[in-house]
Design a protein around this ligand. Structure first.
Ligand code: CP
Ligand code: NVA
Length: 315
């Protein structure tokens, strides 16, 4: 049984295979039907979502299946039912579980007890589905990933920064995170990314100077300064992160052909300037669309390895 709880649940070869599959699935959206029946995938949300909700819903239907979209506030999970009990019940009825939640430990319990593949649709620690979509976007743009220099500036202690570190090291990329003091990525994530990078030819750097972070980079990335769950820190964060705003002046320090990513939702005038996200270097709309294709590929890949597929067409 395979799961995607963190980006480094996929080896370098496996990440590359999922991305190749994503290109195939994008070219032929209905060729693979591993959920024909239809079989059901539960998609649970403890937090808000637009892209994740829609892309899983559409993607599961494209794969022949039925998406059961649940806001956990309306389930017994929201009233404190133990996660292992919920996992056992869901696993008897659905073919996979996708969950947007707070703690990584909840996802680990769900994976341990459900008996079906579990996908992290965003936690405090990582956002590996977004990472796959981002790398698919870069693969389409640059033709390959290994050796690219990716510069992320802003909140280094959030899920996206962690996913870029882990997923970038896995792909053999050079990942730089530029964040203010107190907002560096978690030490354990940096250590894991360094260990992976040592095997792939990639590298990891944690910096504080935004200009140094983006200098010569092929890709400049940012994310909201106020991730879900941190709303009460808004005023302090707006002040602390202001020097890390991705403006055209900052992007001018990157490679002349650099592109810009943002997982969305974006807050123009804060973490990114309107003329950057809406400008010619921005790939954000391809990036958002690629959530659909990358996640379909991921589900195909996980279902094939869980022994849970009906005879899929086109395989
Ligand atoms: N990027 C992302 O995960 O978007 P949503 O929060 O809208 O799902
Ligand atoms: N870091 C953001 C990502 C949103 C898709 C958050 O956790 O809110």
């Amino acid at each position: 049984m395979r799961h995607l709880l963190r980006d480094d649940d996929l080896s370098p070869e496996e990440q590359a295979a999922v991305l190749r599959l994503a290109l195939e699935v994008k070219a032929e959206p209905h060729a693979r039907q591993p959920l024909a029946g239809p079989r059901t995938v539960a998609v649970l949300f403890d937090k808000s979502s637009t892209r994740t909700r829609v892309s899983f819903s559409v993607g599961i239907a494209d794969l022949g299946g039925s998406a059961l979209i649940l806001d956990s506030a309306g389930t017994q999970v929201g009233r404190g039912e133990p996660i292992p009990d919920t996992a056992r019940v869901l696993g008897r009825m659905v073919s996979a579980i996708v969950w947007r939640t707070h703690a990584q430990s909840g996802l680990e319990q769900m994976a341990e007890h459900s008996g079906v593949p579990v996908v992290n649709a965003l936690s405090e620690e990582a956002h590996p589905c977004q990472l796959l979509a981002d790398w698919l976007t870069l693969l389409e743009h640059f033709g390959s990933l290994a050796g690219l220099t990716v510069a992320y500036v802003g909140d280094g202690a959030n899920n996206m920064a962690h996913s870029y570190l882990l997923g970038g090291a896995t792909a053999g990329m050079h990942v730089r995170v530029g964040a203010p003091e107190g907002f560096a990525p978690w030490d354990s994530i940096v250590a894991d990314a360094e260990r992976i990078a040592a095997t792939t030819g990639g590298s990891v750097a944690v910096l504080t100077d935004p200009v140094e972070t983006v200098r010569g980079a092929d890709v400049v990335i940012t994310d909201t300064w106020i991730s879900m769950g941190h709303e009460q820190e808004r005023e302090q964060r707006l002040t602390t992160f202001q020097p890390y705003s991705v403006t055209s002046d900052l992007v001018a320090h990157a490679h002349a052909d650099a592109v810009v990513l943002h997982c969305l939702p974006a807050y123009r005038g804060l973490e990114i300037a309107a003329d950057v996200i809406d400008g010619p270097r921005s790939l954000v709309w391809d990036e958002a669309e690629n959530r659909l294709h990358a996640q379909k590929a991921l589900l195909v890949w996980l279902l094939e390895r869980s022994g849970a597929t009906t005879s899929p067409l086109g395989t």
